[in-house]
Design a protein around this ligand. Structure first.
Ligand code: RIB
Ligand code: CA
Length: 311
């Protein structure tokens, strides 16, 4: 039984890897791709999604761009992590197809309305599109199976001391999504920092002899540069967004805990913090399955096996 998904992403190196895993997996039906402003400006993330689909020869998958700014805050991007293009480090083809003549939320609505089954929404960037979709199409909420998202942290952030980038960019959107009453799976930094690809494993990517693997070799080498800074204490590059697809494909490689998660939107120092009620102190509904542990070797094997499907 395949899981039908819409991938809402801000490619972004790790978003691109998550997209590849979705396309490679026989368990996933990637019905549509929508793009958000986050890692780079909206024009660049849209172009990057289309460049990756062109590279992987899946131009049949419909793509549409979304919101140009967060709901309230001005847009803050992450060129220092993903480079000027948002996918620096590899020669990628220009798109050889056009995006859909509609907005991201219209493509989400069309995909869900036309589906005979519930659809899983996978969000690997800021949650702006998801929040607006839920506000504009509340009648479609019951056709969403689950929202699986990379974002947040139970503790240390990566953009401000207690805030992770995706939620930092649009805290108000995240609050809407986390309180929508839809089943949620969250891949916070607590698990994605354990989901590192090591330098020798990146080298093994280049031994896979197909154009997609060669492109990801360049992308991963670039992505690793930012994460070499000693302050992180990493042995490689944390593969944040691929944790969402890995969980959908093989949840057995993760340990998780159900708990209430909400988002701070008023804090002077903590706006964007995901407040995770691990010890059940609030009595609030346990709305989120939070991924906390990962079988890293199994995760890396899935990525390598996924890349080999493009031989
Ligand atoms: O904090 C990591 C997240 O921010 C990932 O989704 C990465 O792609 C960036 O969007
Ligand atoms: Ca992302």
């Amino acid at each position: 039984m395949m899981t039908k998904i819409i991938l809402d992403c801000d490619p972004g190196h790790d978003d691109a890897l998550a997209m590849m895993m979705a396309i490679a997996s026989p368990k996933i039906d990637l019905a549509a791709v929508t793009t958000s402003a986050g890692n780079q400006t909206p024009d660049k993330t849209l172009n990057n999604a289309m460049r990756m689909l062109t590279l992987m020869k899946h131009e049949e998958i419909p793509v549409a761009g979304g919101n140009h700014t967060p709901l309230v805050k001005p847009l803050e991007t992450a060129g220092n992590v993903h480079g000027k293009s948002g996918l620096d480090g590899a020669e990628l083809p220009d798109p050889d197809f056009k995006p859909q003549n509609m907005t991201a939320i219209e493509l989400m609505a069309k995909t869900i309305q036309e589906s005979n089954e519930k659809v899983t929404l996978v969000v690997t960037g800021p949650m702006t599109n998801a929040a607006i979709f839920l506000r504009v199409y509340p009648e479609l909420t019951n056709k969403i199976e689950r929202i699986v998202f990379m974002g947040g942290a139970m503790g240390l952030g990566n953009w401000t001391p207690s805030v992770e980038f995706n939620i930092f960019v649009d805290p108000e959107a995240a609050k809407i999504v986390l309180n929508a009453g839809i089943p949620l799976t969250m891949a916070p930094l607590n698990v994605t920092h354990k989901a590192q690809i090591l330098k020798d494993e990146i080298k093994k990517v280049d031994e896979i002899n197909n154009p997609v693997a060669h492109a990801f070799y360049g992308l991963l080498n670039f992505f690793e540069i930012y994460h070499e800074a000693p302050k992180w204490g990493f042995k490689g590059a944390p593969l944040h967004d691929p944790c969402t697809l890995a969980w959908l494909i093989d949840p057995s490689m993760f340990e998780s805990k159900l708990m209430n998660v909400d988002v701070e939107t008023q804090g002077e120092l903590t706006t964007g913090e995901t407040v995770c009620d691990y010890y059940e102190l609030t009595g609030k509904p346990q709305n989120t399955d939070v991924l906390l542990g990962i079988d890293r070797p199994k995760f890396i094997k899935l990525i390598m096996d996924s890349l080999r499907t493009f031989d």
